[in-house]
Ligand binder design. Structure first.
Ligand code: ATP
Length: 365
């Protein structure tokens, strides 16, 4: 197979998919450029795997099209697409040793013996398992099996590699290590990777671009920084990074009227221009953006009294659970707040919390 031209593009056009009466994909429209590491991120059941399977040709859309380099590939079988898939359960051939597992695709294509030898060895080296070439799959650890699965898929030099929760069966430390390796592998092979995960940390760590899916739709498309710092709505703000949400009634002239008192904003939110100022999504603020005031600090606005309920040691920081009392009979709110390891607060302490205007995200819905 020839290597893709740098202009390789995947286009997904208006894809709909129902299973029975259930609408699983509701009009997916997205372009993915050659060499991007794109992650489909969303909660269980939002349709990520279905979309991946439609790209791979394992599932057919009810309507809409998939194009590769401008050619419609919607009706091509998986084997006729320059796309390979790595599955969560590795799907290695148990009766073949590692070398032959990786060589399988090239042997099926009847490539010359020397070429197979060279390409398989290169690939084993790339994923750091050269010493396992003669082992059988059953003797390998989960992480090693996943490396074999990656080598087996990449040796075919696909234009696109689809990865369906490839790290979810691994323990947390190995998972983090493999995330770094996955990213390196993607850059070294200059292949488009499309990863499915419901793990937001994983998505942030590996991706050039995250497509956040919710109930069959892409609700945000952006870089990890963008999605984290400018969540499109309340769902994204809480799903990615578990932002605190302050319920808010109205926004007027840089001022948000929340259930906890007025909050000064950096500027009037853009979405408000033609609206009444009604704020449905609330105000999001990340725990690392809430500051616990020292006794000598005096901010003129956005300071709220709170009581520390709990502190949790997270290694490089403390996570405090602080209770913010509501005003005019509104219920209190438990906020997550991050402090440095040398800032010690105890349950029962009364503190003042400062929320800097630039970190407040007003969510329209
Ligand atoms: P998860 O993270 O749990 O895998 P997901 O976001 O990948 O979730 P999908 O696997 O795409 O979600 O499934 C979306 C919805 O479609 C689910 O409600 C699922 O039960 C349903 N579904 C998926 N495949 C089929 C099928 N072959 N037949 C019937 N329903 C299906």
């Amino acid at each position: 197979m020839d290597k893709p031209s740098p202009s390789t593009d995947l286009q997904i056009r208006n894809v709909f998919k129902n299973f029975g009466s259930k609408a699983v994909l509701k009009g997916i429209d997205v372009d993915i450029r050659h060499g991007e590491f794109v992650t489909l991120l969303g909660p269980s059941g939002c349709g990520k795997t279905t979309l991946l399977r439609i790209i791979g040709g394992f599932e057919k859309a009810d309507s809409g099209e998939v194009l590769l380099n401008g050619n419609v590939i919607s009706n091509r079988s998986p084997a006729k697409r320059p796309i390979n898939t790595v599955f969560q359960n590795y799907a290695l051939f148990p009766h073949l040793n590692i070398f032959n597992n990786v060589a399988f695709g090239l042997k099926s294509q009847k490539r010359p013996k020397e070429e197979i030898e060279r390409r398989v060895n290169e690939m084993l080296e790339l994923v750091n398992i050269t010493d396992l070439a003669r082992e059988m799959p059953a003797t390998l650890s989960g992480g090693q099996k996943q490396r074999v699965a990656l080598a087996r898929a990449l040796v075919n030099e696909p234009e696109i590699l689809l990865l369906d929760e490839p790290l979810s069966a691994l323990d947390a430390n190995l998972r983090k290590k493999l995330q770094v390796e996955l990213r390196e592998l993607q850059k070294k092979t200059d292949t488009t990777f499309i990863l499915v995960t419901h793990d937001q940390d994983e998505a942030i760590a590996v991706s050039d671009r995250i497509l956040v899916m919710y109930q069959g739709q892409i609700i945000q498309d952006g870089s990890p920084e963008d999605v984290y710092e400018h969540p499109a709505n309340r769902f994204v703000a809480t799903f990615i990074g578990e932002a605190n949400i302050l319920e808010c009634d109205r926004v007027a002239e840089n001022l948000a009227q929340t259930n906890f008192g007025n909050l000064k904003l950096e500027k009037d939110p853009a979405w408000k221009i033609n609206e009444s100022g009604k704020c449905h999504g609330g105000i999001a603020i990340r725990m690392e953006d809430i500051h616990v005031c020292t006794p000598d600090e005096n901010f003129s606005e956005n300071v709220f009294p709170a009581k520390i309920l709990q502190r949790i040691f997270r290694g490089d920081y403390w996570e405090l659970i602080a209770e913010l009392p509501g005003v005019s009979n509104f219920e209190s709110l438990k906020l997550r707040v991050m402090t440095d390891p040398d800032e010690i607060y105890n349950p029962g302490d009364q503190v003042k919390l400062y929320m800097e205007p630039q970190y407040l995200q007003v969510l329209s819905d």
